[in-house]
Write a protein of this length. Structure first.
Length: 287
């Protein structure tokens, strides 16, 4: 962990981390009030720290140790070390100020243990469990920060996270396949006779396209459900769900006919800002 950091520097550190590694979520925080934005950036910076562990270690054990540090922090076993981590310091502040539950944070860390190994994702149900504990949990915690802590917000967060998470799985296929790691459910690969070795070899076969089309269909169903549930949370809290608009745009891009699934095609930052700004002014998010 880094050396002691003053609070203003910790805020800047978190903002820079999210802006560099998770621009859609960073852009969404621009539509939140200052206090809530600070807490959202702390939450998203924590997520970046956890997600990046896989790319920062060459063996599972160092990753397990990093995850254990966060688990100990949330369990109250780390005393004094949090001040040396700007992300931890900011996240603990957000937990106190917005009365955030620690259990979802612990579960998020635990679920990302999967990232450290090259085990296949067995079923769609397993993928949904993984995404519910990661992407959906972030939406739910963001909604609490924005003042929406209800069963309706939790229900919305679940579907929002599944839609966003599936889109990310498809977008990350080039990187994951190069690491011989797949988040595509084996269940779908088998049903479409898609060989895992073909995916690792970067072969965009018709079988793989059938798998991806099925996943996109699943994501769009969750997206439609999430959109129908937005009206059940206060308009002031809907900024927490603005990343849904980017997920919708990503799914449209990923579903284009003839797209090479192994060619990274990230959205530009300007387009992301435009997508979120338009969504922020739409009836879906304001009425």
């Amino acid at each position: 962990m880094s050396s002691a950091t003053t609070p203003p520097d910790a805020v800047i550190f978190c903002a820079d981390l999210v802006r560099s590694h998770d621009f859609p979520r960073y852009a969404a925080t621009l539509f939140a009030p200052a206090a809530e934005r600070r807490a959202l950036l702390a939450l998203y910076a924590f997520n970046v720290e956890i997600v990046r562990v896989r790319d920062q270690v060459s063996q599972p054990l160092p990753g397990e140790i990093r995850f254990q540090w966060w688990t100990d922090l949330f369990s109250g076993l780390v005393h004094g070390s949090a001040e040396g981590s700007p992300v931890a310091a900011e996240l603990l502040r957000a937990i106190r100020e917005f009365d955030l539950p620690v259990e979802p944070l612990l579960l998020l860390v635990d679920e990302h243990q999967f990232d450290l190994y090259n085990d296949p994702m067995p079923t769609m149900a397993a993928l949904e469990g993984y995404l519910a504990a990661t992407c959906s949990a972030l939406f739910a915690l963001a909604a609490r920060i924005m003042g929406a802590s209800s069963d309706a917000a939790e229900h919305l967060a679940r579907h929002a996270g599944l839609a966003q998470g599936i889109a990310q799985v498809i977008a990350n296929l080039p990187r994951d396949a190069s690491h011989r790691q797949l988040f595509l459910p084996q269940q779908f690969l088998t049903s479409h006779s898609c060989a895992m070795e073909d995916v690792f070899a970067g072969k965009g076969t018709p079988n793989l396209h059938a798998v991806l089309d099925q996943l996109i269909g699943e994501a769009r169903q969750h997206l439609a459900t999430a959109a129908s549930l937005l009206a059940q949370v206060p308009p002031s809290a809907r900024a927490a769900f603005l990343p849904l608009s980017q997920a919708r745009a990503d799914l449209d891009r990923l579903a284009r006919p003839g797209r090479n699934p192994f060619a990274p095609q990230p959205a530009s930052r300007l387009r992301t800002l435009w997508t979120l700004w338009r969504a922020s002014r739409s009836r879906e998010f304001t009425k």
